[in-house]
Design a binder for this molecule. Structure first.
Ligand code: PLP
Ligand code: COI
Length: 339
């Protein structure tokens, strides 16, 4: 792509050439279809519009020094979409077809994959929505799966620098036995008001606590949480957080670097014991946390004083990026090379 300033890209929608679609009608998924339209035509009573019957995914592809395009954890994202489908009674999209659709969309938009040197990547957004009409609250009998892509830079404009995060105890993102473990739109709708408030006050994200007791850390708006102490990677276990594929990967990387890993309930007060803290996710990669302000309690937990990420966060970040861009081997089998 000529005239593209790859290295100043942020995280936002950009039109690319094609998207790939697939329809579920008459009890079966059809063939993959290529479209150059940015819009969807659908019934006004579609279940995704009224009852939130929709789920999405987020994954990335990276161009290596060798010019090859690598997709990070394709299969895991395909499986998580299936889990989201089970969670809100949507027709599951087959894993094989998901993989094929993602690869096809990348190839069709190859000119938008940022060059290696830019440090940017191609964000892939698969989406599955109930399109069949219902006016009673029940699942649709027709669905649309669609994949589109766009080149992106860092989710938080600061990139790999620390930012402040806040706890807003008057809001919950997801209920303990609700839909927090699925990547469905309703969870994000619930996070818009607190997210806006946090941004207005200069925070990059909200750190949610468990909704029932407000005792334990859940996750951040768009990312999981981790803390580091005594060479241990600590990350919350909860029934209301998204099982982050980045977090899962960092756990394996941490173990391979000889760190201990603890996945368990993390009481809020434990924040005072962490040497480093961060948010992790596909969009966020690792976003190190400067400090966490528990606003209602008027408490502050500080992890960095000068914007510098902690040493272990940086080591994890470098290793993850090296695998994603193909600078280092992929001992875990996470990469799909686009042939
Ligand atoms: N938590 C939430 C609420 C998210 O939206 C995301 C983003 O996908 C994550 C965590 C991180 O998950 P992953 O690492 O699979 O992208
Ligand atoms: C992602 O990291 O892929 C996300 O979906 C986070 C956010 C953009 C919703």
């Amino acid at each position: 792509m000529k005239n593209m300033d790859w290295s100043s890209l942020g995280f936002g929608y950009l039109k690319t050439d094609y998207n790939v679609r697939c329809y579920f009608r008459d009890g079966k998924w059809g063939e993959l279809e290529i479209s150059s339209s940015e819009t969807i035509n659908m019934h006004m009573a579609a279940t995704c519009l009224h009852y939130g019957q929709e789920a999405f995914e987020g994954l990335k592809a990276f161009k290596g020094k060798d010019g090859k395009i690598r997709i990070f954890r394709l299969e895991e994202n395909a499986k998580r979409l299936q889990s989201s489908c089970d969670g809100i009674l949507m027709e599951k999209f087959p894993v094989e077809k998901f993989n094929e659709a993602v690869i096809k969309t990348i190839k069709l938009n190859e000119r938008f994959v940022p060059p290696y040197e830019s440090g940017a990547s191609l964000y892939i957004r698969p989406l599955l929505v109930g399109t069949g009409p219902q006016i009673g609250v029940s699942p649709a009998n027709e669905y649309l799966f669609i994949v589109f892509v766009m080149p992106v830079g860092p989710y938080f404009k600061e990139g790999f620098k620390t930012t402040p995060v806040c706890i807003l105890r008057e809001y919950d993102r997801a209920a303990p036995l609700g839909t927090g473990t699925y990547k469905v739109g309703g969870n994000y709708a619930a996070s818009l008001v607190p997210g806006q408030k946090a941004h207005d006050m200069g925070y990059s994200a909200v750190l949610y606590l468990d909704a029932k007791e407000k005792k334990y850390i859940d996750e951040c708006g768009p990312a999981n949480f981790f803390g580091i102490k005594n060479n241990t990677y600590v990350t919350p276990e909860s029934t209301s957080i998204l099982p982050s594929i980045t977090n899962k990967s960092l756990i394996q990387i941490a173990e391979s670097m000889g760190m201990k890993v603890e996945r368990r309930q993390v009481p809020v007060e434990e924040l005072s014991t962490f040497e480093e803290a961060g948010m992790c996710g596909t969009a966020a990669v690792i976003s190190p946390i400067e400090r966490i302000d528990d606003l209602n309690e008027e408490k502050t937990y500080t992890f960095s004083k000068d914007g510098t990420p902690g040493k272990i966060s940086e080591k994890l970040y470098r290793k993850l990026r090296a695998i994603q861009y193909g600078d280092e081997p992929d001992p875990f089998g996470w990469i799909t090379v686009v042939e």
